[in-house]
Ligand binder design. Structure first.
Ligand code: GEK
Length: 243
């Protein structure tokens, strides 16, 4: 699938007062460039989602990508499980994202189902692999446990949840180090200090990071038997939680 995209210069143009970050048409148009230059390890995580799907997708089950954006992680699921006759569903509540996801992938992946819905309302049933790739961080903290409980209940025995998140440090000192390294990563990828600072302000009330300990405890509370950290780069992590 072609991932050619316009360059993300949204925060050279928007001032710091332009309001909270939203997943609208302007964001969807630059999203692949934005996420690759903003999330350390994003291409590696997408590749590993394909490998994890290859290993854990069960024949005839459902593979769910919750908060699929333009469908990079959905395609990784579909590619990993291509031999398993699974139903692959990408869910997002931003129409601008889903329309583009369907247009970008339609020819190569006609069987992927795209669902425009809030992931807090989506039924999870008969699933073997569920992906939350940098999506839970946008769900109100009070709604996170019920969502994870529904996912856990909808997983087949042996099923997995892949949970990737931007995290907060365990304490203020760790957080400062992680944030400084993340900003260095963004600067190295061509974002200016002004863009970094404006984006940070726009995300403040929208993306609410929690510590790794908090995520792992909630997974236990949701009924997952174990969770294993398989990726970390600065304040970006990915876990595999097992049913
Ligand atoms: C990728 N997984 O490329 N219901 C549905 N969608 C939601 C909700 C919600 N309640 N809240 C946020 N979203 C993708 C990247 S981006 C991550 C995921 C980022 C959607 C939102 O519309 C957006 O498309 C996505 O979650 C988060 O692997 O931008 O940092």
């Amino acid at each position: 699938m072609s991932r050619e995209t316009s360059r993300d210069d949204l925060y050279t143009l928007r001032d710091g007062l332009s309001g909270d970050f939203v997943f609208d048409d302007t964001v969807a148009a630059v999203f692949p460039d934005m996420i690759q230059r903003s999330v350390p390890g994003y291409p590696a995580i997408i590749n590993m989602i394909q490998l994890l799907a290859e290993r854990h997708a069960q024949a005839g089950s459902v593979l769910l990508d919750l908060g699929c954006s333009l469908g990079a992680s959905t395609v990784a699921l579909a590619s990993g499980a291509h031999a398993m006759a699974c139903r692959v569903v990408g869910v997002d509540n931003a129409p601008a994202m889903l329309e583009r996801a369907a247009a970008l992938t339609g020819v190569e992946y006609p069987n992927i189902e795209w669902l425009c819905a809030d992931i807090r309302d989506v039924d999870v049933e008969d699933a073997s692999v569920v992906v939350l790739n940098f999506t839970l961080q946008f769900v109100a903290p009070g709604d996170r446990l019920p969502l994870l409980q529904r996912i856990r209940r909808g997983l087949r025995p042996g099923g997995i949840l892949i949970l990737s998140e931007k995290i907060a440090g365990a304490d203020a000192a760790e957080d400062e180090i992680l944030v400084a390294m993340h900003h260095a990563f963004k600067r190295a990828n061509g974002y200016s200090d002004l863009e970094i600072s404006r984006k940070r302000t726009a995300l403040e009330n929208v993306l609410i990071p929690e510590s790794l300990v908090c995520h792992r405890k909630r997974l236990v509370d949701a009924g997952f038997g174990r969770s294993d950290l398989w990726f970390q780069c600065f304040n970006f992590v990915s876990l595999v939680a097992r049913a």
